[in-house]
Ligand binder design. Structure first.
Ligand code: GLN
Length: 270
């Protein structure tokens, strides 16, 4: 039975704003159009398709995966369940990278790029930089490639397990948003993260397995005076600074995100 748009949204079992977002994407219209056409009936096939998506959302699937898109640093990025959903706090890493490019960094590497969010945002805002992006996952790299093609086609993409395929390459700046969640963190059973790739989230028992490796291996991939900057969990700042100090990095610092949470730590090549 055909339903009016208003009734479909009211019966979705979701907050109206979320139901509108999903329905607007399905119909290829914007939310204002849906509000203006609230009394218009939708045919059975469209109602059924909408009902299917509403059900998936009610069962917890992230809006970004249902839409296949998420905005990051003002760019519309494609996302799939193969990659982490880009988060607003990661924009801090983009801003810090752009500052260092302003100060002269030219060769930039985004390690474990996932959707390509960081690399694409940096390359788009700083076309003078030579931006590389790597990921161990072929599916992630294909997605990063699509996002780069659309927003910053000069990003250079390489499949690499951290630095494995980057022998002999050196960079002025290496950035990463590595997996850093502790493997038994109860948050892994809540909300969007339940649907995100575990390999992109979990960094071993204390969350720092990948960060330890990156801190150690980045030393031989930084140009003299080059910098490493990476995102980490809210309570990992001090341990990250200690890891950098133990490997001989200089000018070690931690920066807070917009919520005031220590979010990015970095240092200068030893
Ligand atoms: N910030 C993410 C979370 O808290 C984790 C992202 C990551 O591990 N890089 O779920």
């Amino acid at each position: 039975m055909p339903l009016a748009i208003r009734a479909l949204i009211q019966g979705s079992g979701l907050p109206a704003s979320e139901a509108r977002l999903l329905l607007a994407a399905q119909l290829g219209v914007d939310r204002a159009w849906l509000i203006a056409h609230a009394e218009e009936p939708l045919d059975d096939a469209r109602c059924a398709a909408a009902g299917e998506r509403f059900g998936r959302r009610r069962r917890g699937e992230p809006v970004a995966y249902l839409l296949g898109a998420r905005e990051f640093y003002g760019l519309d990025l494609a996302v799939t369940p193969d990659v982490l959903i880009p988060r607003p706090e990661t924009e801090l890493l983009v801003e810090l990278a752009l500052r260092l490019i302003d100060e002269g960094a030219r060769r930039v590497l985004d390690l474990g790029t996932g959707s390509g969010a960081i690399a694409v945002a940096v390359a788009r805002a700083a076309p003078q930089a030579e931006v590389w992006a790597t990921d161990a996952s072929a599916a992630a790299l294909a997605l990063a490639c699509a996002n780069a093609k659309r927003h910053a086609p000069h990003v250079r993409l390489e499949q690499s397990d951290w630095f494995a395929s980057l022998a002999g390459e050196r960079f002025d700046l290496i950035v990463a948003n590595p997996p850093y969640v502790e493997e038994d963190d109860p948050h892994l059973a809540e909300g969007d993260v339940r649907f995100e790739p575990r390999a992109a989230l979990v960094g071993g028992p204390d969350g720092l397995d990948c960060i330890r490796r990156i801190v150690r291996e980045a030393r031989s991939h930084l140009a003299p005076g080059g910098r490493l900057l990476f995102e980490h969990g809210h309570d990992q700042g001090a341990r990250c600074r200690a890891l950098l100090a133990a490997q001989g990095y200089a000018d070690i610092a931690t920066w807070p995100d917009l919520a005031g949470i220590p979010r990015v730590t970095g240092g200068r090549a030893p």
